[in-house]
Write a protein that binds this ligand. Sequence first.
Ligand code: SAH
Ligand code: SF4
Length: 342
Amino acid sequence: MKRLNLLGKTVSDFEDIMRSLGEKPYRGRQVFKWLYRDMQSDFNLMSNLAMTLRRRLDERYEFIGLHPTRHAVSSDDTEKFLFRLDDGALIETVLIPEGDKRTVCISSQAGCALGCAFCATGKMGFTRNLTAGEIVGQLLYLRSRDGQEAFHNIVFMGMGEPLLNYDEMVRAVDIISSEIGLSVSAKKITVSTVGVVPGIYRLADSGLKVNLAISLHVADEEKRKKIIPIAKKYGIKELTEAVRYFARKRRKRVTFEYVLMGGFNDAQNDALMLARMITGIPCKINLIAYNPVPGLPYRRPTDDEVDRFAQWLYPRAPAVTVRKSRGMDIEAACGQLAGKYV
Ligand code: SAH
Ligand code: SF4
């Protein structure tokens, strides 16, 4: 009999499994903790379970994680991992050291259906949604390699649009933030969206305490539509309304990501429109210099141009940060993930 892989099952799934085996639900919590927190995937070694239960679990189930097929290290110590999933789909994960903390950038889909004009993932098209197990598997691999301190912050900024894989993203966050799971507080998790408005409302109304980042990139409606196809469906007004709702409901500042593309969205007028657009929204702005993607026409602005743009925003915009590009030499920087090396 083929054993069922439990990777991606939540606490309540484990409780159900135990009920189906005629056991008390709290046994499910014990197994959940062994697998995700203690990283013990051998049922026979789960010392607080009866031998008979260990054997029954071992007959029916297994817990198989992800293992990278390629691994690259940048000159700035950023690391990129390529995972080949069971069906051959490829995804990437990026680990970014920042001082003594590490941020891991995870994928929520293989590819992306939204086709933004500046993004390597968008260019490759959509393969499929990841399961919660495949999302959590990226993190468990790093924990198995580097231990508890493998990472401190988690950003859904790898491949894919997390709000278009909402249910599996939520299941993954549930496992990640559980104290008997990966035990990373939801406050340390950021979900990034290019502006899937219904998903923003859903997230605002959910109990999840995750942070929200919006990939805005242009404040002008017509210009935004040119580079972000989904902006034709959800305009700036609807997007800002959804963001205001989220900020109010969750009492949280939202981050606007703004990729500066030389000659396209980096003029003073672009900064003024952006400042106007965010007036009254509790937020911060994160400026990112466009990272080159082979075959795309945009120019990476110089550091001076990025600083100049930041100065135009200040003091109208409450908080502006500039994101340093990391891992560019191994195509691990924002927007460069395309599941290559095959
Ligand atoms: N789909 C979501 C999550 C992916 S995040 C989203 O778009 O928000 C990927 C981040 O990298 C986004 O902020 C995206 O706009 C940014 N990005 C995409 N292409 C880029 C590029 N070539 N240079 C810099 N950032 C880029
Ligand atoms: Fe998809 Fe985000 Fe890339 Fe747009 S920027 S194609 S939404 S991954």
